[in-house]
Ligand binder design. Structure first.
Ligand code: SAJ
Length: 402
């Protein structure tokens, strides 16, 4: 059994930090590497720079035990885990520069028999590229076990899912698959599924594309139903009573940097064949504009209406504003001068977000002419909309619908 090994985790973000601290609390000696000094300092003080339930407690205990040390530079270790971002650049081309930089950074520290794991969501062929970059940087051919093990955790439930989710391991060689699978079996309770690197890469992209396509179906239905005067929430609820139908929920758009990004990795590599995947992306990407047009139409009868946006996060019950369709809608309404835009976002501090005043719920409701429901946060579920009948209410996320 692998135990008490030294591990070096590259990238201390939403995946790297929980992974590093979990491994540290399991008894591994972990060095967490990040390119930003302030992140290294925060973690070494036992604090965190991202918001995720329970993560603060885990990091504190990992750092206090001496098993987690953050650093700007890698160290020699038995296992290297790459958990750096893979965004896209122009024309939806995957940007592998962070993976390449991290790989070249660890290359000099690698020793015969080391394990290198790529956890970052990556286009097909990236794990093989990691192997190539290492060979090229080192100018030798030492024996390494290199594999892809895509992260699959849901923001908001990362610590639970990090342990309980099944994991897919795809090595560049069968020996690498086996070695890396053996490592994951020491600290997760989910199943460890073995395959090759390309299949593992594709599995992750397909999981998020599957969700994107299904959300696009729901979003498309919401447009069709709006034209026909059908309540899409009721419709989906009814259809889902069929034993083999499970339609997802429409919303103001698809946010976060996973589901809205990963499908492009498939489309970019094979634009001729990936037709549905691309179309779904376009449907979801255009949904915020549809919402904005709806608000503009409703705003016409006011002089300068107060538009209250309920929710700014990219999904319910989290504070994450990155790539949020709700925030994009609020900002664009403000920029287009459709009215005075104010917001309530219970998960972030009151004040200004991108120039928009974030206020308490009661105040926002009181001031509003138009109430725009954007995120299904738990704080909004019990609102009594009967008391708000003189206001225009636009529900983009099914708070009133269900
Ligand atoms: N959304 C809808 N309707 C739905 C479900 C979601 O509009 O019925 C929207 C959400 O509001 C949000 C977006 O989609 O804006 C994405 O939210 P999400 O909860 O579906 O997923 P993420 O982006 O937070 O996390 C996903 C997860 N992937 C899958 O569920 C297949 C997670 O397991 C991955 O680890 C993560 O992407 C990732 O890092 O790739």
């Amino acid at each position: 059994m692998i135990n008490k090994l030294d591990i070096c985790v590259l990238g201390l973000g939403y995946i790297g930090l929980p992974t590093a601290s979990l491994l540290a609390t399991k008894g591994f000696q972990v060095t967490g590497v990040d390119v930003r000094q302030e992140i290294v300092d925060i973690i070494n003080q036992g604090n965190i720079h991202i918001v995720e339930p329970e993560l603060d407690i885990l990091v504190k205990s990992a750092v206090q035990s001496g098993h987690l040390i953050a650093s700007l530079e890698p160290v020699a270790a038995d296992i290297f885990i790459l958990a750096v971002p893979t965004p896209f650049k122009n024309e939806y081309e995957p940007d592998l520069s962070y993976v390449e930089q991290a790989t070249r950074k660890i290359a000099p520290y690698l020793q015969e028999g080391n394990i290198v794991i790529l956890e970052s969501t990556s286009p097909v062929g990236t794990t093989e590229l990691v192997a190539e970059w290492i060979r090229e940087t080192r100018q030798d051919d030492i024996c390494l076990y290199i594999a892809h093990c895509p992260e699959r955790v849901l923001p908001g439930q990362i610590l639970k899912e990090l342990i309980e989710n099944d994991r897919v391991i795809g090595g560049v060689t069968p020996e690498a698959t086996q070695k890396v699978a053996e490592f994951y079996r020491t600290f997760i309770s989910g199943r460890v599924l073995e395959t090759n690197a390309r299949t593992a890469e594709m599995a992750k992209l397909v999981e998020n594309s599957y969700r994107d396509v299904n959300i696009a179906f729901a979003n498309e239905l919401s447009l069709i139903c709006d034209d026909d005067g059908v309540d899409v929430w009721e419709l989906i609820n009814l259809a889902n009573h069929h034993p083999r139908v499970n339609i997802l929920q429409p919303g103001p758009g698809v946010g976060g940097h996973c589901i809205a990004v990963d499908p492009w990795f498939i489309v970019h590599r094979n634009p001729q064949k990936a037709k549905i995947i691309k179309m779904a992306r376009l449907v979801n990407e255009s949904k915020p504009n549809w919402v904005i047009e709806k608000v503009k139409a409703k705003a016409e009868r006011f002089k300068k209406p107060v538009i209250a946006c309920l929710g700014l996060a990219y999904k319910n019950d989290i504070d994450d504003l990155r790539e949020s369709p709700a925030l994009r809608i609020a900002v664009e309404l403000q920029e287009a001068n459709v009215g005075q835009v104010i917001a309530c976002e219970p998960n972030v501090e009151e004040g200004k977000v991108k120039g928009i005043s974030v206020l308490p719920l009661r105040e926002v409701l009181h001031k509003a002419d138009i109430i725009l429901l954007l995120v299904k946060h738990k704080e909004f579920l019990d609102l009594n909309f009967n008391t708000l009948q003189e206001k225009v209410i636009i529900d983009t996320c099914g708070i009133i619908g269900l």
